[in-house]
Ligand binder design. Structure first.
Ligand SMILES: Cc1ncc(COP(=O)(O)O)c(C=O)c1O
Length: 458
């Protein structure tokens, strides 16, 4: 008999989670103004809001935390992290920050000016927020295949070179802050960028004299997909693939809460000493002194170990196979999602699952609320609410896809939980004909509204 696959870890510590009744959930979600972010965590049974900072650290990481050096300047933890960054991605300069968006804030204070453009692949919302806040424009150059959820194209995070070159030709190089490659591309469904595409984008960038930044939150998952899907990489280790990827980057911002498997942390890494020096001033102003930048010594130690563990094949295989397992269950039930399964999440195609809810009434949000009501599962909308209003016209932006993201925390839930998620979604899908109305917005912030939006049921 073929031996089945099993996780490459065993469990040493557990945390209880609670069931609730339908009536309780109905009350709680109404009190939360139908915004899943506004629920208390004890009102949630399985929390798929995000895979960011929600993973389980390893015994090695917890041990490293006990050895954290909390000196204000020059701590050993800073040097541990500096060494890990040098070993894994090869950059000489780095600044710690408290998380990914802080890295964006510091770096973009140096590089992004009013009137600039930043081409890239579906910029993440905080990345776009930091660009638009500086009155610059994020230009999405993702391949068109990313908009077809049933297309099995293996690298839907790729940048379309023609779209990119059109931007590089149209704007003078002083107006282009950098090219941003998000690996993997969260917004298009946790979809990877191929090594070939990374290499081609870098070559084009150098032809036009532009910097390349990797938004690196899930860089290790990207390397796993390169190993699995790209010819010539099947026998390379994840660490070898990562080193090759970063030969084609000038800068990186990192949310360590994802692929470094910690609960808080981030950093910026640089090839150029000059840009590092300029960013240092902003880091001291916004984050902290250069050798801690908003992180404690123990957290930097945990990130250093996490970068090593997160780039091990066995860990990545366990993680990504769990996401694929959920995808396979949804296949069984005929529920559409962004194919192939992403690295950190399944992105359910809400327009296909709830075809009767009008786009102006936010079908993905509606699906998220229904899934919560069904069994206390919290997910997140990646649709028109997240897309925000156009900064100039203030009209609602309707992206091509309305997705519901089921983000899977790292090393946290078992496949029994995955079975519950799939069955709950099936129950909602089975009653889709009865779900015809969605929600209207009653309060929204001027930027990044999805975090605090308030809704009313129609
Ligand atoms: C691709 C990407 N970039 C940047 C960020 C921002 O990181 P953080 O949440 O640590 O601020 C995220 C967070 O989800 C992300 O997915």
């Amino acid at each position: 008999m073929k031996i089945p696959f099993a996780e490459s870890f065993r469990i040493k510590m557990v945390e209880p989670i609670r069931h609730s009744t339908y009536e309780e959930r109905e009350r709680w979600i109404k009190e939360a103004k139908y915004n899943l972010f506004a629920l208390r965590s004890d009102q949630v049974f399985i929390d798929l809001l995000t895979d960011s900072g929600t993973g389980a650290m390893s015994d090695r990481q917890w041990a490293a935390m006990m050895l954290g050096d909390e000196s204000y300047a020059g701590s050993s933890s800073y040097f541990n992290l500096k060494k890990a960054i040098k070993d894994i991605v090869g950059f000489d300069y780095f600044l710690p920050t408290h998380q990914g968006r802080a890295a964006e804030n510091v770096l973009f204070s140096v590089l992004v000016k009013e009137g600039d453009v930043v081409p890239g692949n579906s910029h993440f919302d905080t990345t776009k927020g930091h660009i638009e806040f500086r009155k610059a424009t994020a230009m999405d150059c993702t391949v068109d295949e990313a908009n077809e959820t049933q297309n099995e194209y293996p690298f839907k995070g790729n940048i379309d070179l023609n779209k990119l070159e059109a931007v590089l030709k149209k704007y003078p190089k002083e107006k282009i802050s950098f090219i941003c490659i998000t690996v993997t591309c969260n917004t298009s469904g946790g979809q990877p960028v191929s090594m070939e595409n990374i290499r081609d984008v870098y070559a084009l960038a150098k032809k036009y004299g532009i910097l390349v930044l990797f938004d690196s939150a899930r860089f290790a998952e990207n390397a796993y997909f390169i190993k699995k899907r790209e010819k010539g990489y099947e026998n390379k280790t994840i660490k070898e693939i990562v080193r090759e990827m970063y030969q084609y980057a000038d800068l990186m911002t990192m949310s360590a809460k994802k692929d470094a498997i910690v609960n808080i942390g981030g950093f910026i890494a640089f090839r150029s000493e000059e840009i590092y020096r300029q960013a240092t001033t902003f880091n001291i102003m916004f984050e902290g002194y250069i050798t801690y930048g908003g992180m404690s010594g123990r957290d930097m130690n945990a990130v250093a170990i996490g970068l090593d563990e997160g780039t091990e094949f066995d860990y990545l295989e366990t993680r990504i196979r769990q996401v694929e397992y959920l995808g396979a269950k949804l296949d069984e039930y005929g529920i559409s999602y962004q194919r192939p399964a992403g690295g950190h999440a399944i992105f359910v195609d809400a327009l296909k699952v709830l075809p009767k809810v009008p786009r102006e009434e936010f079908p993905a949000q509606t699906l998220g609320v229904e899934l919560y009501l069904e069994s206390g599962i919290r997910s997140t909308e990646i649709g028109a609410i997240l897309a925000d209003r156009d900064p100039v016209t203030r009209e609602n932006r309707y992206p091509k896809l309305e997705l519901l993201r089921l983000a899977i925390p790292r090393r946290t839930y078992t496949n029994n939980h995955i079975d519950v998620i799939a069955a709950s979604l099936k129950n909602v899908y089975d009653r889709r004909d009865t779900i015809t109305r969605g929600y209207k917005i009653t309060y929204e912030a001027p930027i990044m509204r999805h975090f605090t939006v308030e809704l009313e049921k129609l």
